[in-house]
Design a protein around this ligand. Structure first.
Ligand code: COA
Length: 226
């Protein structure tokens, strides 16, 4: 199997990224798909596009995707409370999402105190080296939801992660999500259209081990199955 990755940027600012793990016979098709995706993004026209192909040498771990929960009346505050995330931690998360810094991955907060516990700076931690496969008959067709569900599932598969709040930094996409062990809860109108504010914040408890988490999210090849 091969890991295929695409990354497009403008003036060194991230525009879009995509990745999968596929058979050798699918590499050409995936590269053509990602090439299109990289050059057709609402965030802007890239001046740099990187395509990376790497052989996967470790066994691929399979993870069951979180269920998608789409109830428009869902409130973040209720979801947070049901995951033992304090109001204070949610307020800190919003500050990170709305501030002027563009974190390149997720930042990690203590679910009780709201204190940032990682030392990844502006880089944050990214979920990478994964693919998403659908086995259900009612397939997801929305590419954003596929990517987001895969990433949310990867983050939630780590011991001690009790929740994740995500707001897309795409200009006009205002739907985000809160993920916890129960599922991937879609949340509507999290920001105003026309803004690049956004980010991913993870909430963790005392069971969390940063080294195991970092290895699993960034090195371990994973296949998320829906
Ligand atoms: N957002 C912002 N910047 C990103 C980025 C992302 N998702 N992915 C990569 N970059 C930029 C960073 O500047 C990074 O340097 P850093 O490691 O110091 O932050 C630089 O590109 C090189 O990163 P690298 O991980 O070597 O890139 P890659 O060529 O292996 O591609 C992607 C990685 C883009 C495929 C992967 O990060 C990605 O985006 N996958 C799609 C799923 C996804 O959105 N994951 C991120 C969720 S947190």
């Amino acid at each position: 199997m091969y890991s295929i990755k695409m990354r497009a940027s403008q003036n060194e600012g991230h525009i879009s990224g995509a990745e999968t793990i596929c058979e050798a016979s699918d590499i050409e098709r995936m590269i053509a798909t990602y090439f299109q995706k990289g050059f057709q993004h609402e965030n802007g026209e890239p001046d740099f596009l990187n395509l990376k192909i790497e052989k996967v040498n470790l066994p691929i771990v399979q993870i069951k995707a979180l269920p998608i929960i789409d109830h428009s009346q869902l409130k973040l505050s209720q979801l947070a409370a049901s995951s033992h995330i304090s109001q204070r931690a949610i307020e800190v998360a919003w500050r990170y999402i709305r501030n002027d810094t563009c974190y390149r991955g997720a930042i990690i907060l203590d679910a009780y105190s709201g204190e940032r516990i990682d030392e990844f700076g502006e880089r944050g931690c990214r979920a990478t080296h994964f693919c998403f496969k659908q086995q259900r008959e009612d397939k997801i067709h929305n590419e954003r939801i596929k990517d987001a569900l895969a990433i949310a599932t990867i983050f939630q598969s780590n011991e001690g992660v009790v929740g994740e709040l995500c707001v897309s930094d795409d200009l006009n996409y205002t739907t985000g999500y809160f993920a916890n062990h129960q599922g991937y809860h879609r949340l509507y109108d999290l920001k105003l259209k026309g803004s690049r504010e956004g980010g991913r914040v993870l909430f963790v408890n005392q069971q969390f081990h940063i080294d195991a988490f970092t290895y699993f999210c960034q090195q371990q090849p994973k296949c998320v199955i829906y």
